[in-house]
Write a protein that binds this ligand. Structure first.
Ligand code: ADP
Ligand code: MG
Ligand code: ZN
Length: 626
């Protein structure tokens, strides 16, 4: 499989040295003589004597077989200014017994030139060996860098995996660093236990799975969990990312898999962790692969072979992580390979609170922060985002010159992480602000007027770097796992209410509703095609979800005619929701104006303030803003 890369790679090394050699030869042939020659003019001996007698010669250096001298050049300016231009001359030396006395009589400074004792060895060293060594060193570092970027150990170790080897102390992570995810931890604990005491399992004849696959959305702590396992198990930990296998020379991927497993077996008991395994473990296509795919398949095949080949009882456990489990080749999931799947899901309410607490330990916080409130407001976020919220909160505290993170910092950080940074100095016209106020109050008011709708937590029209001119945050009092058809429909109604308010008050449409429209459409489509919440189709699955963990795009799985009917039903459903939203707003128009004016003035109002205004007895004159 590998003969391809050997010669290819060697050729490029040889090529490099050929170029280096050519450069050195060129330097020695052309540059060195030019530098040494210093622009000497060679003259005959008789010319030299003429110049000497003419009083032009100034300084003479004698060597065994040459005479070098400086002499004044005849020039016009020299006559005028008295300054003279000196030239460098050379002539061959002739047996001339009178030379010394002649020089003496002309009062010319002369000296025997001490022969430049550059021994041939030294010059060889200076002109040939030194540059060669220089280039070899440079070349070595270059190669090393190149191969390192490809994830390889160096020029001399083609095909060797350079999986990073961690020992426990180096990963420095333990299960305590992973908050929530109790099921995943329990499953992994078993593996840790096995690595500590394989005999206990062997005695009873239990066979531990060779491999476990961590699956879940990005940022849920899969990589973190794997590193924690290594920390807990106190065994060597080989970690490599699937993508590293792929960015390599042809044939290297398979070679590296082989080497990785060889190393692992030598170091057993140990853990091999392949992060983002989907990069190599994707489904193989039938038929002839083209180019890169072929390479990936070879790597995958090698991985399968190795996983079958080694003796699981020795204590090599293979962990892998992916957020695209459905794209994995079925062969990988067969018993005896990654037969255990460990779901690492987005954290629930308690999990989010725990994650916030874990990360809050790293920063200085005020006493008695309400992490549960933060957790409630961050439904659907991943551990990575929660960690980010704590960090953004800390940054905010620093920015405002405080030395402790406050509740308000965290509240603000949620918005920063989920909606982008505030653009406090963005220039937004008064008219646009007004439209934004009505839009957001539209959402909030319709949400508040419907049953089964999450309470409004905050409304703001401070623009964000994400491009949003404002938003309404709804926070449930408790975590929801199930949503009724009515709740979902109410949600769509709430989403359409922003545009509905704009239309009602300004009789125009703006682009501000783009995101609402997208969400509403997606929700409506999901209700109809996946949740069986349509009168027309009933409980029929009309679409399949792809990449459930990466946004979950659904693709239709039905005939064209059905697709057209689905589209129509989506349109109808949203139109119905929009109608209801408009109706609610019309019924409460005075309240809409009052709330919008208030939001326009304060820019941000909290859920409580909102409810307070809402529950106040309406004054006779509903203050309409102009
Ligand atoms: P994944 O590999 O699933 O994409 P990572 O393991 O790289 O996610 O997680 C990224 C970061 O998010 C971690 O380094 C950690 O700081 C934080 N994080 C994620 N999940 C958790 C968790 N359950 N407990 C604590 N921190 C977490
Ligand atoms: Mg990861
Ligand atoms: Zn909106």
């Amino acid at each position: 499989m590998n003969p391809e890369f050997g010669p290819k790679k060697k050729r490029s090394v040889i090529f490099y040295y050929l170029i280096v050699l050519a450069v050195i030869v060129a330097i020695n042939l052309f540059l060195v003589p030019v530098l040494n020659s210093q622009k000497k003019v060679t003259v005959t001996y008789s010319d030299f004597l003429d110049m000497l007698n003419g009083g032009l010669v100034r300084e003479v250096q004698l060597s065994d077989n040459a005479i070098r001298f400086t002499a004044a050049l005849p020039s016009d300016s020299a006559k005028q200014t008295g300054a003279e231009t000196l030239g460098l001359f050379e002539t061959g030396r002739i047996e001339d017994p009178n030379l010394i006395s002649l020089l003496y009589s002309k009062k010319v400074a002369f000296a025997q030139l001490i022969p430049e004792e550059v021994s041939p060895i030294l010059s060889l060293l200076l002109y040939w060996v030194l540059p060669l060594v220089f280039f070899v060193v440079i070349g070595h570092f270059l190669m090393k860098n190149i191969t390192k970027n490809m994830g390889d150990g160096g020029v001399m170790s083609f095909g060797k995996s350079n999986a990073k080897v961690y020992v426990a102390a180096q990963t420095g992570k333990s299960f305590a660093d992973v908050a929530g995810e109790d099921e995943a931890k329990a499953a992994l604990q078993e593996i840790v236990d096995f690595l500590h005491d394989p005999d206990k399992y062997k005695q009873i004849g239990a066979r531990l799975p060779k491999g476990a696959l961590l699956v879940g959305p990005p940022g849920t702590g899969k990589t973190l969990l794997a590193r924690a396992v290594a920390g807990e198990a106190n065994v060597p930990f080989f970690s490599i990312s699937g993508s590293e296998f792929v960015e390599m020379f042809v044939g290297m991927g398979a070679a590296r898999v082989r080497d990785l497993f060889k190393q692992a077996q030598e170091k057993a008991p140990c853990i091999v962790f392949i992060d983002e395994i989907d990069a190599i473990g994707g489904k193989r296509e039938g038929g002839v692969g083209i180019g890169g795919n072929d390479e990936r398949e070879q790597t995958l095949n090698q991985l399968l072979t190795e996983m079958d080949g080694f003796d699981g009882s020795k204590g090599v456990v293979i962990l892998a992580a992916t957020n695209r489990p459905e794209s994995l080749d079925k062969a990988l999931l067969r018993p005896g390979r990654f037969d255990r799947r460990i779901p690492v899901e987005l954290p629930d309410l308690a999990g989010r609170e725990a994650i916030l607490r874990v990360h809050a330990k790293d920063v200085r916080t005020e006493e008695g922060l309400d992490f549960r409130a933060i957790a409630l407001a961050t439904s659907g976020t991943s551990g990575a985002e929660l960690a980010n919220i704590i960090n953004e909160g800390a940054l905010l505290a620093v920015k405002e010159g405080r030395d402790r993170v406050s509740q308000r910092d965290l509240e603000e950080a949620i918005e920063t992480v989920l909606a982008g940074y505030q653009r406090k100095n963005a220039v937004i016209s008064q008219k646009e602000k007004e439209i934004a106020s009505y839009h957001e109050i539209g959402h909030a008011l319709v949400a508040a007027m419907q049953k089964n709708s999450a309470p409004v937590h905050k409304i703001t029209i401070i623009p964000r770097t994400s491009g949003a001119l404002g938003y309404t945050m709804q926070v449930d009092e408790d975590e929801h796992y199930l949503m009724s058809r009515e709740e979902l429909f109410n949600k769509i109604t709430t989403l359409t209410a922003g545009r509905a308010a704009e239309e009602l008050v300004f009789h125009q449409m703006t682009s501000g509703a783009a995101n609402d429209i997208e969400q509403a459409t997606k929700l409506a489509r999901t209700m109809i095609t996946r949740l069986g919440m349509s009168d027309q189709f009933g409980m029929t699955a009309l679409s399949v979800v792809q990449n459930a963990y990466l946004g979950g795009d659904a693709s239709l799985a039905c005939s064209e005619q059905t697709a057209a009917r689905i589209d129509q039903e989506v349109v109808d459903l949203i139109a119905k929701a929009h109608g209801i939203a408009t109706e609610i707003l019309q019924r409460n128009e005075p309240m809409l104006h009052r709330l919008a004016a208030c939001l326009l003035e304060r820019e941000t109002i909290t859920g409580e303030e909102f409810m307070q205004i809402l529950n106040e007895p309406a004054p006779d004159t509903a203050g309409q803003d102009t």
